[in-house]
Design a protein around this ligand. Structure first.
Ligand code: SF4
Length: 493
């Protein structure tokens, strides 16, 4: 029997096709696990060990058991009424779960997981449970209910910040989204069952989640062969799935007459308005044209200064630690004047993080006439967090003024997304700068790889790794400059 497991639902939230491939794919076609994913596993295991090494209450440890024996030990422990059980295994019908924790409450148990990430996501005042955590703890709760051992639908996460985050599975998720997490779980469970029973066929879809997935190579080949719509920037799985029956490929999209799909003021495709359909058709026409060139879709006004600074940070999200602020400055538009400066927080200490942030802040303050360019809201988000952690470095008003045009420009949000079109699969800085001919010195450059190098630098202190981190960051800064120059040369269409 193929069981529906919590980790299967976790994967399904990111990509249903991943579940299909993990169940039925040819294992010889799997890519090697990326070092970053291995790092995540290592960190998860280490964090769980640390957490359970300093318990707030005694617990029964079942981690030495496996399989059916672990399941038997778990059931016996619950029947005895053990207050807290660590490393459990529970099963009912076609559901199988390995909750990290089962805690006695009233006459039953609630399940919990230990996560080396934050228990919630989103801005602090609007933070909410993570769906991929919710479906896991919901499955444990479902099993407990089927066994007659549940103390209610309020499982919990022990997170990286040392908090217990309770997931109220029955509560509406918000004013705009009255659905409960339990109903989302039911939807995921039904889909997983269909995938396992092979009554539904999933398709790969190009997305950021693919980059760290072990089916990447095979899926990309399949997507290219199918001329899949998700290979257009911004056209993801959900839009592809409503278009695909009538417009199956990029080539087909390039050739449609959008007015043929109008129904009143809307299109026949739920969730896709007439403007969006035209925008994607323009993208399809661009990539299928004989000599595709990027262009400006509306005029862009970029600030002018003799001094330009290209800025990029590196963050270890698992430790919430900003370890590097990199800047390339260029004078009078001359590339020969470029100079790279880095502020590196070399150890995982708040003192070092604050010091690097203060030096980076001082660097920009010493260049009041510079226009600062960065790519994505990431820099501003993390500098806001740093300012909150180290309020002596600068005031909120100073920070906000730094991130307000014309002092600085988020090239991704304010320019690339709003006013440009590219014949590429996505608008990441890697994709666009490579399209413009830029080459990273590293053979495998990525933010995820940099986090993994930083972890190894902390572990073994090898200067070659430190240099690799700095070179990568310098290249990211330079890529931002290459992109700015590329945008300045784009024709308006
Ligand atoms: S590579 Fe992408 S589409 Fe393919 S299984 Fe992985 S996440 Fe899904």
């Amino acid at each position: 029997m193929r069981y529906i497991t919590a980790s299967m639902l976790y994967d399904l939230v990111a990509c249903p096709h991943r579940v299909t491939m993990d169940q039925f794919g040819d294992p010889t076609q799997r890519d090697e696990t990326s070092p970053f994913v291995e790092l995540l596993w290592e960190r998860g295991t280490a964090f769980e060990r640390e957490t359970m090494a300093a318990p707030t209450q005694p617990y029964l440890d079942l981690s030495k058991y496996a399989g059916d024996e672990k399941e038997r030990q778990t059931l016996d422990a619950m029947r005895r009424g053990e207050p807290l059980i660590y490393s459990a295994r529970i099963r009912a019908d076609d559901l199988l779960g390995d909750p990290d924790l089962l805690r006695r409450q009233d006459d039953g148990y609630v399940a919990g997981d230990i996560k080396s990430g934050s228990g919630e996501e989103g801005p602090e005042d609007l933070s909410k449970p993570k769906l991929h955590y919710a479906v896991q703890v919901a499955l444990y709760t479902d099993v407990l209910e089927r066994l007659g051992l549940s103390a209610g639908r309020r499982p919990f996460i022990w997170d990286i910040h040392g908090r217990e985050v309770v997931y109220n599975l029955n509560a509406p998720q918000g004013v705009k989204d009255p659905k409960s997490l339990w109903s989302d779980y039911q939807g995921c469970l039904a889909e997983a069952r269909q995938i396992v029973a092979r009554t539904v066929k999933t398709m790969p879809a190009y997305g950021s989640v693919c980059k760290e997935c072990h089916w990447y190579t095979g899926c990309q080949k399949r997507l290219e062969a199918a001329d899949d719509l998700t290979l257009l920037p911004g056209l993801g799985r959900s839009k592809r799935d409503v278009l695909v029956d009538r417009i199956p490929t990029i080539n087909a999209l390039a050739q449609i007459r959008p007015s043929a799909f109008l129904k009143g003021k809307k299109t026949v495709f739920p969730g896709i308005g007439p403007d969006t359909l035209v925008k994607f058709q323009e993208r399809a026409k661009l990539v299928t044209s004989p000599n595709p060139r990027p262009y400006l879709s509306r005029p862009v006004s970029l600030p002018v200064s003799d001094l330009e600074v290209f800025f990029d940070i590196e963050v270890d999200p698992m430790h919430d630690h900003t370890y590097l602020h990199g800047f390339i400055e260029r004078r009078n538009g001359e590339n020969s004047t470029e100079r790279y400066t880095a502020m590196f927080a070399e150890h995982l200490s708040p003192l070092e993080e604050r010091d690097a942030f203060a030096r980076a802040w001082g660097y920009l303050q010493a260049r009041p006439s510079a226009v600062i360019y960065f790519y994505s809201p990431y820099e501003r988000t993390y500098w806001r967090k740093l300012r909150e952690s180290y309020p002596d470095v600068c005031s909120e008003a100073q920070l906000e003024s730094l991130f307000t045009p014309p002092r600085s420009v988020d090239l991704y949000t304010n320019v690339v997304r709003r006013a440009t079109e590219w014949p590429t699969r996505d608008y990441s800085i890697k994709t666009l700068a490579k399209f413009l001919g830029f080459k990273w010195r590293d053979a495998h450059p990525s933010g995820a790889a940099s986090i993994e190098w930083f972890a190894r630098w902390i572990e073994i202190g090898d200067p070659a790794i430190r240099l690799r981190i700095l070179d990568y960051n310098e290249d990211d800064c330079r890529a931002t400059r290459v992109l700015l120059d590329g945008i300045r040369n784009l024709a308006l269409r």
